[in-house]
Design a protein around this ligand. Structure first.
Ligand SMILES: NC(=O)c1ccc[n+]([C@@H]2O[C@H](COP(=O)([O-])OP(=O)(O)OC[C@H]3O[C@@H](n4cnc5c(N)ncnc54)[C@H](OP(=O)(O)O)[C@@H]3O)[C@@H](O)[C@H]2O)c1
Length: 300
């Protein structure tokens, strides 16, 4: 039995789907059972728990062989990761597959969203549990959330001229399913990227080609980006965290392309062009708004 935290999220959904398709028994950690994904059949067993509530985690972890530990973008996420690992250590010592983000264990730029990943890695190393880390780059799915602001014809981000090897979150979920259902991954950190690193100018050009109109990349400043995010209603923690993330990208720290997804899945990673083509109707149909992105689920 494999426990998936974040099971209803961007990575969790394709992960649960991939595990189910492999015939694995899945326990999906959810905060409530209202509105569960319709595709979950009787091989997916929802369990109600909250990452902030240690007491709720013991039954969720009881009898499992492995846990996919994904924490949300939340100021409490570091403690949540430690709480799950402590509960796992008491519950039969399952394998822990920790989802982090690119650069975990080696990053130089500080990004507050990633503190939870570093804390989780330190804690799982100290726990004595068998562990593996998946460290994906920014998700291609972020561009769906940016669609409304693209209606102005501009992609404005404080990312300079650096390239980013964005990855499709479905590939992350499918790679996670491979790691969770096969052996030989203990103590490994897998950096998961898309098949190419593109500058945001190149990305704007590709989006424009799909939408059939010009999209111009404008390299804005961190201060302006932060002010715009605050104006749009983001809280201070998330707005500043996003600007830190953009800074990490601008420093060129997210440009490496790895072969981990082709190696794990036996096929190429999904590309931005394929993603944009697949989602062109949704991108075109998005109503205009002046709101900039409002969470980490936005390009950075
Ligand atoms: N976005 C990116 O580009 C990117 C790139 C690399 C790494 N990451 C990392 O990926 C993680 C986010 O993954 P994601 O995008 O798949 O997440 P997501 O779509 O935001 O989903 C978050 C999941 O966490 C659940 N959750 C939130 N608070 C919870 C709590 N207190 N107890 C139990 N479950 C809770 C949510 O459940 P509900 O349905 O109940 O809300 C949901 O299933 C973060 O660690 C982030 O740093 C993100």
């Amino acid at each position: 039995m494999i426990l998936v935290t974040g099971a209803t999220g961007t990575v969790g959904r394709p992960l649960v789907r991939a595990l189910r398709d492999r015939g694995a028994a899945v326990r999906a950690l959810v905060r409530d059972t209202g509105g569960l994904p319709a595709e979950w059949d009787d091989r997916v067993h929802p369990v109600i728990a909250d990452l902030n509530d240690a007491g709720s985690l013991a039954p969720a972890l009881d009898g499992i062989d492995a846990v996919y530990l994904l924490t949300p973008v939340d100021p409490e996420a570091a403690q949540q990761a430690r709480t799950v690992i402590d509960a796992a250590a008491k519950a039969g010592r399952p394998r822990v597959v920790l989802q982090a983000a690119t650069g975990v264990g080696r990053r130089t730029s500080h990004v507050r969203f990633f503190e939870a990943h570093a804390a989780g890695l330190d804690h799982v190393r100290a726990s004595g549990l068998p562990w593996t880390v998946l460290a994906p780059n920014g998700f291609l799915q972020n561009f769906l959330a940016l669609a409304p602001s693209l209606r102005s014809g501009t992609l404005a981000l404080p990312t300079g001229k650096a390239a980013v090897s964005y990855v499709d979150a479905r590939d992350v979920g499918e790679a996670a399913a491979e790691v969770l259902t096969t052996g030989g991954h203990d103590g490994r950190i897998y950096e998961l990227t898309g098949p190419e690193a593109l500058t945001h100018e190149e990305i704007a050009g590709l989006i424009g080609a799909v939408l059939g109109r010009e999209i111009i990349y404008r390299a804005t400043t961190p201060g302006r980006a932060r002010a715009a995010l605050l104006d749009a209603g983001l809280d201070e923690w998330r707005a500043s965290g996003l600007v830190e993330l953009y800074g990490m990208y601008a420093a060129g720290e997210a440009a490496t392309v790895t072969e981990e997804i082709p190696r794990l899945l036996g096929r190429p990673a999904r590309s931005l062009t394929a993603f944009l083509t697949e989602h062109a109707p949704a991108l075109r149909a998005t109503p205009p708004t002046s709101q900039p992105p409002t969470s980490q689920e936005r390009p950075a």
